[in-house]
Design a protein around this ligand. Sequence first.
Ligand code: FAD
Length: 375
Amino acid sequence: TEKFDYLIVGAGLFGAVFAHEAALKGKRVKVIEKRDHIAGNIYTKEVDGIQVHQYGAHIFHTSDREIWDYVNQFAEFNRYTNSPVANYHGEMYNLPFNMNTFNKLWGVRTPQEAAAKIQEQRDAAKLSGQPRNLEEQAITLIGTDIYQKLIKGYTEKQWGQKATDLPAFIIRRLPVRYTYDNNYFNDTYQGIPIGGYTQIVERMLDHPNIDVETNVDFFANKDTYLANYPKVVFTGMIDQFFDYQLGELAYRSLRFETETLPVGNYQGNAVINYTDAETPYTRIIEHKHFEFGKGDADKTVITKEYPADWKRGDEPYYPVNNQENNNLYKQYAALAAQQKQIIFGGRLGQYRYYDMHQVIHAALVAVKAEFDPTK
Ligand code: FAD
């Protein structure tokens, strides 16, 4: 049988970057993926000429020139700029909170008028001392109107808990912009890969030294894998790897409902957040707007994103990085450090809410530690 130097568990961005770099160094790499496709959560699929983001809206953004150059080897990016819109009971507001938002809310026209209005609302709330929960924290930062219309319902849906039961630290700061700029990110580089994200991972894995198998779960044959591969890169859940022996880490899950509609343009924007408490989904994505209306002129594909509790067996989309879970993760990380055969990486392996640019960076750091440890 063929001999491999590395087994990579998970064909997401972390696993793919590591596999690609190892292959370039002459190593033979086996990649196993439990889903029926590669690319993890950045997976996109063409439907009616439209690139559909199968696991939620993904916008690439970074200020790191090296990461931007790195990812551009694998795809050409368009100039998409993330500028989401909020729908609160049919009232539409620009995000992030900026002069357009303040003007629509209060009729104010200048940064001075907006700042005065926010201060007036903070004062009226008469909160003093340390905020005791997320609601008090948000009102302290931004006042009641924005909290009630744009933060409360969305956050409660996202976490499945009342804002008054959520800890204040979840909102350390709120980006407030006293300009009419709707660009959500401050990063230097931003865009969507023309032709979708899947090609990025496809190209990373397209090397004679790399062998990829989908529909294969590491845990179906854990002991055999560990016996047969000198080195393993594991990008699944770290608590599952250790059989939950110290307890379960918490995650949030999501449910996506995708449909094709017989209209050319459904909502006029790629992302609309539903910030009221009653609408059960948090946002609707209209995929064609990521590529400036590409695809069929009479059709569009939309996805509703529903937040969901997580239990074993569900997809763990978000780590819940509160104190308790971070402490538990640290204990798992200490166990992981003793396993010299295994590199734990990525969003689930490191229990960190990594964005794409951060996961590429983390993978390149792991590559360096593995192949070039003295530099
Ligand atoms: P994953 O993509 O999760 O890859 C891990 C892979 O391992 C998965 O394919 C999984 O099936 C596989 N696996 C797990 N366990 C096993 C096993 N036992 N056996 C075999 N295979 C296994 N980032 C941005 O930069 N911009 C955005 O706008 C953005 N939006 C996001 C929106 C949503 C809804 C979500 C969930 C994430 C978003 N992200 C965004 C983050 C981005 O998805 C991640 O940074 C990236 O996908 C992480 O890559 P990864 O390799 O760590 O994890």
